[in-house]
Write a protein that binds this ligand. Sequence first.
Ligand SMILES: [Zn+2]
Length: 126
Amino acid sequence: MKLSKDEWKKKLSPAAYDLLRNEGTERAGTSPLDREKRAGVFACAGCDLPLFTSDMKFESGTGWPSFFTAIPGRLETKTDYKILYPRIEYHCARCAGHQGHVFDDGPKPTGLRYCMNGLALKFRPA
Ligand SMILES: [Zn+2]
């Protein structure tokens, strides 16, 4: 799914645009999705592709919504060097919208922590 910069600007709020299209990071503790406990699906805020389900979510204590795995095939990754050490960036496989970074300090069974920007997601209760 490819849209021009202007088309994305029309579709998204300024904060969501910065996050999804410029790899921004939201402030920890600002997303209501961090405290979302209901069953449902977390979809890309850019293109509505479901990325995570509520049973993949865990309480990481970081202030960002966190997941230990994602729905297969929905995310792509790349390494970024925006800070001193390399991090694995992940983005939506359909619209390439930036979602967050994945770290290897998550819980079992994967040991992964997908650290999400809540603004990059839309929650749909089951
Ligand atoms: Zn998307």
